[in-house]
Design a protein around this ligand. Sequence first.
Ligand code: DX5
Ligand code: ZN
Length: 227
Amino acid sequence: MSFDRKIRIAPSILSADFANFGAEIRAIEDQGADWVHVDVMDGHFVPNLTFGPPAVKAFRPHVRSFMDVHLMIAPVDPYIEAYAEAGADMITAHVEAGPHPHRTLQAIRATGKKAGIALNPGTPVEAVSCLLDLCDMVLVMTVNPGFGGQKFIHSQIDKIARLRGMIGDRPIHIQVDGGIDPATAPLVVKAGADVLVAGSAVFKGGSVDRPEIYRANIRTIREAAEG
Ligand code: DX5
Ligand code: ZN
């Protein structure tokens, strides 16, 4: 995949119908999703539990685009190989997940997958300054991770802008995750984000039987983001 900064919409399947992941993934891709975002939670790093490697492996054959796996787990290093083998295209770990995020990124790169590093809202952007050369993406959380449907935290906009400056012309995506909708999308894109995760705002009102709602939701976010 060659690098560019065109806007990508990555629906989070945390907001999908949990009894119907295969059809939900195919529906969002058919309706315009660029990536599929998978939120992995461990009930320890974040107060919620979601998908182990076997679940991610079951999603894989349904994903034709790019499977972006966001690991909200600590420790993270012991599970990297399992999520790589499950078929992730990108693995993103949190900088707060342990004392050695540099080693974590090396481990992700060693699997041959794209590597991302995520920052919680309370973590300063400087936490990733020595890690950028090992990253394909930095994820700026715009809510405290754990649940879909939370309110966007506006103080993260300045963090995105400062990160954009730190990255310069390096081929590193800036992803945002949490509370992204047609109102907040233009703010984060103006600050420098290019990959927009959205759960509630994509799945709201739609279903596999009403996929045209997904199309309208994705289009509305994209148009707002592209201004
Ligand atoms: C938050 C997750 C997000 C979440 C986004 O812990 O990482 O991906 O599902 O959901 P919305 O778009 O509903 O805020
Ligand atoms: Zn996420």
